[in-house]
Design a protein around this ligand. Sequence first.
Ligand code: SAH
Length: 230
Amino acid sequence: MLKAKIFTIFPEIFPGFLGYSLTGKALDEGVWTIETVNIRDYATDKHGSVDDTPCGGGAGMVMRPDILGAAIKANYSKGRILAMSPKGKPLTQDMVKQLAQEEEIAIVCGRFEGIDERVIEAYNIEEVSIGDYVLTGGEQAAQILLDAVVRLLPGVLGNSESTLSESFEDNLLEYPQYTRPTEWEGRKVPEVLLGGHHKKIDDWRREQAIKTTQERRPDLWKKYLDSKRV
Ligand code: SAH
């Protein structure tokens, strides 16, 4: 069982899309739990302010260390603590697999220009990015991270084999998928997939996975080659 604890100023965003489909069913079944901590509950003035202007000037607001720090101090005790941030370590399937082994994960969701650096230092927070683009808040990113983690928890996917041949396993992207009808608007499903010859199908899929990876993701292809080198 995985316990997720989310630090946010928008607790109502959760569980969001995680409440649907496979992740929602798993939540109902208690395969994982989610708890939100409203950072604003730790505000000390009557306006409930959680942010202030950046020291040194510049645009936007920064989440205050005293308020966020108090929220973390009162609610976090163990396990990995992450903060979603565009300058974090890029989220990969390897990281997702590691996180799926944890019992508890705490996630701090930034808003505005982000959070005061001292909180990150004080709690050894691991910053994680979901890609090279900028969102308005960490809540969206946290849900994406949790979606990827929760689907790997035992019993969440109907067919657990399906994680073995997916994109990023072995640093390759997935082969193309087809279903019936075998002919659609003049386009046929590749013959080999209809022949029932498992070895030929596996070989074809591997070739396709390699071709797609080489064409679309030279960075991954390099990783694949490096991993095969002894
Ligand atoms: N000023 C920051 C961007 C702040 S965006 C910068 O230039 O780096 C506001 C919040 O959205 C961030 O604190 C973070 O929690 C979240 N966020 C935005 N883009 C993200 C990304 N690519 N990955 C993870 N979190 C992101």
